[in-house]
Write a protein that binds this ligand. Structure first.
Ligand code: PEP
Ligand code: MG
Length: 883
């Protein structure tokens, strides 16, 4: 097996594009080399080596040592420098690179190859002793942290003290001698903490760094990131070893990061930041505030320091040409790292750029219109789950704002919540149900859990490409970064802006669109659904086969659902209507009655209310199918709890409080989810379903008469296990329909069907379809009953199950296709065998989950039904499934 692939200097061993083997970074370095772009020469050690490294007790086979030596020889040949040579030393970077980018999660070592001898050679050849000693101290610091795993605080402290002793504020004030002195201190620190001197053998340095990068694949933060992003642990990372180029060799040198289009808005404009006389990590770490790439961006921001376009016009023109070549080659927006060393441009990295949902839409639509990609590709490019970001409200532009400070609009969306100054507290408070804004001076990969728990992120430092910005955009969290006026005291749990103070627990609002930070919470408005969103949805609707409906039970939800493109209601849970303030007493009276007459008296009060509910829903959904599910939950869920509530029901029903309490006690169940619920209620108390059916048909006739556009009621019976249950319930519905039609002298079309949410129902689907005219898979209950896992209690142990790989994802979120999916496929097949035109849909939570939707497409269901905000996600996912 070949474990090392070279690139650069006219070589590209990888045949480009093999991300699984070379990792994303390695594959793209190879790709850039293959189209003749200026890539510093180097080589990639494959992800297969990473896997083997772990299999063989974290050691390297001899064959790979020879291959690496060969790789170093390649770099030496192209650069003319020699690794470890005292006169003209080659320096390399050692970086991780997994199949998918895991920003900041794994380790990097720069300036490798420096030691007490080569540092002098570097000083000679560069003609810059200060630069050489600065590089050496950076290298010792990084190597000690990443490879030797020493306490990095001690190194930072030594630097601070060195500066303080000289009365310096900035690193740039340090001279060659100052850096040399610090190198001495660093080496002493290493010896003291590690017990051995800092490694002087450059080959030992190299193997140490390669091992550390492979080792960082199993670091805690990398594991957390993989779990959050569904990245398998056995992929491994590649290691890229590459000749160093320096952006910190004076004013004709620079380093920068850029996007070929704006990653926040998707606008077709070069976008990025750069720093003159700096190294790459200076931009990302947010230590110095970077300058704009283009003049237009600088002018728009009203910033003074010259843009790259102005400061280095020739190099900028070359860079712009490279951007265009890259977009044409990769046919996607690229995220690039580059360095200019004494006027010469070098490309260090390119990859598909992370982008906000808004930008993803715009870029997909624009690129299809530019004919760079097809419409089908545009549909496939947008992650349905990311649409979530767009579909949620933004700040009301007309609401008053008490603006505290302004920073960079690093990730869009708006969020209000309590200010919290460390990630552990953020996680804790979020678990307690608080909306949290995580406020940090700058974030690091250690903050990942806090960022995930937070509704929004605010940092005092860092640019648009800082860690906080990149991670927040990836997670879809709003983020404001680089708020220079914020003085954060994390220890004291507070921040100050001028004379104003915000303490932990105070409510603040951030607006990721404007960069504003506000005191208090600010009201929000609904998102814009036209534009690129509308265009892409239109394309998606043309290719999808599955219909998309909504789970909705209020007129407001129905309206939202229609705006989002729902083609009907797939599940109207009628019990939610029973909890309304005006009704709950009548509902309780009905439940607590001990005779049919008593129940009917209460149901008579509920009938007009239910009719009103359905009338409003039918009006909103005119002409579309509306699936109404008859009462489902165990009755005890509606029981009164407090004395006053019992008294109210007692008065309404004209019985004593004691009688009511006795009756309430009788209703107690040990396992209500498997108890007296679903159609079992209709079997024992037919008058309940009769009232609901009457309300449905009267409302349908009212709306049909008024608007002329008749709704299409689909009456759905829950928790059916046997054909006989459905027969009995259908008889009630049909009889009631006939009665209403006769009374009114008019009729509407309707269907009666059932939910398939018990394994027995799925198995007996052939027989049940003799009665049921449609099936709707209630995958919440079907998952619960198939797995024997309570949907209400699973939270306590399911994360452990996911961590241990028992389930790839929470089966209540993403369908257990192997298990529960079999029951669905089997029920669909048996149902269709009996009734070829039977309508099949899904209305559990899975109806809004892209992976589950793909399964529904494969199984040939007719529709999926999801909560209103997930309807667009379902439309796009259904289109992707059909491609
Ligand atoms: C289901 O069980 O999947 C379903 C949609 O019904 P509910 O969630 O109301 O039990
Ligand atoms: Mg159910």
């Amino acid at each position: 097996t070949q474990y090392v692939y070279r690139f650069g200097g006219g070589v590209s061993d990888g045949g480009q594009g093999n991300k699984n083997l070379l990792g994303g970074k390695g594959a793209n370095l190879d790709g850039m080399a293959s189209i003749g772009l200026p890539v510093p020469p180097g080589f990639t050690i494959t992800t297969e080596m990473c896997t083997r490294y772990y299999e063989e007790g974290e050691t390297f086979p001899d064959s790979v040592k020879a291959e690496v030596a060969n790789g170093i020889a390649h770099i030496e040949a192209v650069t003319g420098k020699v690794f470890g040579d005292a006169a003209d030393p080659l320096l390399v970077s050692v970086r991780s690179g997994a199949r998918v980018s895991m920003p900041g999660m794994m380790d990097t070592v720069l300036n490798l190859g420096l030691n007490d001898e080569t540092v002098k050679g570097l000083a000679e050849t560069s003609g810059d002793a200060r630069f050489a000693w600065d590089s050496y101290r950076r290298f010792i610091q990084m190597y000690s942290d990443v490879v030797l795993e020493l306490d990095h605080g001690a190194f930072e402290e030594a630097l601070e003290i060195a500066k303080e002793d000289k009365g310096f504020h900035l690193d740039t004030q340090m001279s060659a001698e100052d850096w040399q002195a610090l190198v001495g201190e660093y080496k002493a620190l290493v010896e003291q903490q590690w017990g051995k001197p800092f490694p002087q053998d450059v080959h030992a340095q190299l193997w140490g760094a390669v091992g550390a990068v492979f080792g960082s694949w199993q670091s805690e933060r990398a594991k957390v990131y993989r779990r959050l992003n569904d990245i398998p642990g056995d992929w491994g990372t590649a290691v890229n070893v590459q000749a160093m180029v320096f952006g910190n060799m004076g004013d004709t040198s620079a380093t920068g990061v850029a996007f070929t289009r704006d990653p926040a808005t998707g606008e077709r404009a070069y976008y990025g930041e750069f720093l003159i006389n700096a190294q790459g990590e200076d931009v990302v770490a947010g230590i110095r505030t970077p300058q704009y790439l283009t003049r237009a961006a600088r002018e728009r921001a009203g910033a003074k320091p010259l843009s790259m376009e102005e400061a280095m016009p020739e190099t900028f023109t070359e860079l712009a040409r490279v951007f265009d070549l890259l977009e044409t080659h990769y046919r996607d927006m690229q995220d690039i790292e580059f360095t200019v060393q004494q006027g010469k441009l070098w490309m260090l990295q390119t990859r598909s750029g992370k982008r906000t949902a808004k930008a993803a839409l715009r870029i997909a639509v624009d690129m299809a219109n530019e004919e760079l990609i097809t419409r089908d590709e545009a549909i496939a490019r947008v992650d349905p789950a990311a649409l979530d970001q767009l579909l949620h409200p933004t700040l009301d532009p007309n609401a008053p704002r008490d603006v505290l400070a302004k920073g960079l609009p690093a990730s869009p969306g708006a969020a209000s919540g309590i200010a919290v100054f460390d990630s552990d507290t953020a996680e804790k408070r979020a678990e307690m149900g608080d909306a949290v804004i995580l406020v940090r001076t700058e974030t690091s990969p250690e903050d990942i859990h806090g960022m995930h728990a937070a509704k929004g992120i605010l940092t005092a430092r860092g640019g648009m490409t800082s860690h906080a910005a990149v991670v927040a955009r990836g997670m879809g969290r709003p983020c404001v970064s680089g708020v220079g006026t914020l003085a954060i005291d994390a220890k004291a749990k507070l921040m100050r802006v001028g004379t104003r103070e915000v303490k932990e627990g105070d409510i603040i609002t951030i607006d990721g669109a404007s960069g504003e930070v506000m005191l208090g919470s600010v009201p929000t408005v609904q998102p814009e659904l036209a534009g690129d969103f509308g265009t892409l949805m239109e394309w998606a609707d043309k290719v999808r086969r599955l219909k998309v409906r909504a789970n909705a039970e209020t007129p407001l939800d129905c309206r939202t659902a229609r705006e989002f493109g729902a083609e009907g209601v797939g599940l109207c849970r009628t019990e939610h209507m029973f909890f309304d303030a005006g009704r709950i007493t009548a509902v309780r009276q009905m439940i607590l009655a001990d005779s049919e007459a008593g129940r009917r008296a209460a149901l008579d009060k509920l009938l007009p209310e239910q009719r009103k509910d359905f009338t409003e829903i039918f009006e909103v959904m005119a002409g579309l199918p509306v699936t109404i599910r008859l009462l489902d939950p165990p009755l005890h869920e509606f029981l009164p709890h407090e004395e006053a509530e019992f008294a109210e029901v007692a008065a309404a029903a004209d019985v004593s409080i004691d009688t009511l309490k006795r009756r309430a006690a009788e209703l107690h169940e040990f396992n209500p989810m498997l108890g007296h619920r679903g159609c079992r209620l209709g079997v024992t108390y037919p008058e309940i379903y009769e009232m609901q059916a009457r309300a449905i048909f009267e409302a349908a006739l009212d709306v049909a008469g008024k608007s002329g556009s008749a709704p299409i009621p689909e009456v759905m019976i829950p928790l059916v296990a046997t054909k006989r249950e459905l027969e009995l319930m259908k008889a009630i519905v049909d009889k009631t329909a006939q009665a209403v039609f006769v009374e009114r002298g008019a009729s509407v079309d309707y269907l009666v069907g059932t939910m398939i949410e018990l394994p027995r129902a799925a198995l007996m689907a052939g027989e049940i379809a003799e009665v049921g005219e449609f099936f709707s898979f209630g995958t919440n209950d079907l998952t619960q009953t198939t797995l024997g896992v309570s949907r209400d209690d699973a939270g306590r142990f399911l994360t452990t199950y996911v961590d241990k790989g028992i389930f790839a994802r929470d089966p209540f979120v993403s369908l257990d296709i192997e298990g529960v999916g079999q029951l669905i496929a089997l029920a669909a097949e048996r149902g269709r065998a009996t009734r070829p035109d039977i309508k099949l849909g899904i209305c559990g939570e899975h109806g809004g989950d892209p992976a589950s939707i793909a399964f529904c497409e494969k199984t040939g269901l007719d529709y999926v039904s999801a909560s209103p905000y997930r309807v667009p996600i379902a439309r796009l996912a259904a289109a992707q499934a059909a491609l």
